[in-house]
Write a protein that binds this ligand. Structure first.
Ligand code: PAF
Length: 295
């Protein structure tokens, strides 16, 4: 099927969730496949890759830009989170995006707002433990965004692996009709995973930050050689601490349940293992992950 969008089409901006839903519903009624890329703005090449996948697979693509207050803790970076709206639009213009959905905080959380989506299971540990309430905020806003943009497919980055597992769980549990697509992480030349928060790093921190991706590669090599998970984890944490990182976690987990493989019965079969990590460099917190081959 020929894609009815062209890279030069003007962006259509919509801030009203009800009007946005009407636009998408009309496109779906017309037989179009609608793709959706939810973002918090501060777009980079990682977002471009999500949009490219969406435009490749769908006929009309919506991108949302909404810095969602409910997924930030009281002492986190909501107020200083980078807001680069003009640059974001310039970035989206040549990519063949049809709609840019820019709801307001009041539009997404109307007066009297009293509903939160709480996902247990994959949301319980790791980011869920270090950032209490974070995944309630993510699950709630993604449910709302998918209500305003009831797309055929929605695209999320693998870089936030646990987030993608939580969203897949929520979409399955709430019987949401949108297919959740998780796309590979885009990395800088030295391996650092692209993130809107990388701009917080000072120049010396930025040059050290690639050690996180190197620790994942090293972990993967040791895993392939048969080294025991606990030993790989200890070695990785020690080497990152020596380099000046504070390691919130560096663990090998089952990629769907997020349960550490060291807690699984030795005979547990069918586990798809993945390293997940969160490390702090100064005041910047970085997360990354890497899939491992099943043992
Ligand atoms: O990954 C993000 O940018 C955000 O967590 C998301 C999925 C857009 C929800 O605010």
């Amino acid at each position: 099927m020929n894609s009815p969008h062209t890279p030069t089409q003007p962006l259509v901006f919509e801030s009203d969730p009800v009007a946005m839903r009407a636009r998408v519903a009309e496109a779906l009624r017309g037989g179009l496949r609608v793709g959706f890329v939810p973002t918090m703005g501060a777009l980079h090449a990682g977002h471009d890759s999500l949009v490219a996948r969406a435009t490749g697979e769908c006929d009309a693509v919506a991108v949302s830009i909404f810095v969602n207050p409910t997924q930030f803790g009281p002492r986190e970076d909501y107020s200083r989170y980078p807001r680069t709206f003009e640059a974001d639009c310039g970035r989206l213009r040549p990519l063949g995006v049809r709609w840019v959905f820019t709801p307001s905080v009041e539009g997404m959380y109307p007066a009297g707002d009293a509903t939160r989506v709480h996902v247990a299971g994959p949301a319980d540990r790791w980011e869920g433990a270090f950032r209490p309430g974070h995944f309630d905020g993510v699950a709630t806003v993604v449910a709302k965004l998918l209500s305003a943009v009831p797309a055929t497919k929605a695209y999320f980055g693998e870089k936030d692996w646990q987030q993608s597992a939580v969203i897949r769980r929520m979409a399955a549990d709430l019987l949401l009709p949108t297919e959740i697509v998780v796309c590979p992480t885009v990395r800088e030349a030295d391996g650092l995973a692209m993130s809107s928060r990388n701009v917080y790093l000072s120049a010396p921190e930025r040059s050290r930050a690639a050690a996180i991706a190197r620790s994942l590669e090293r972990g993967s090599e040791l895993w392939d050689r048969g080294v025991e998970a606990g030993e790989i984890e200890r070695a990785a944490r020690e080497s990152l601490v020596e380099l000046g990182f504070e390691v919130d976690y560096w663990s090998i987990v089952c990629e769907d349940s997020l349960v550490p493989v060291v807690e699984l019965p030795a005979a547990a079969g069918g586990v798809r293992p993945r390293i997940i990590t969160a490390c702090r460099l100064g005041s910047t917190r970085l997360i990354d992950n890497r899939g491992l081959s099943p043992r």
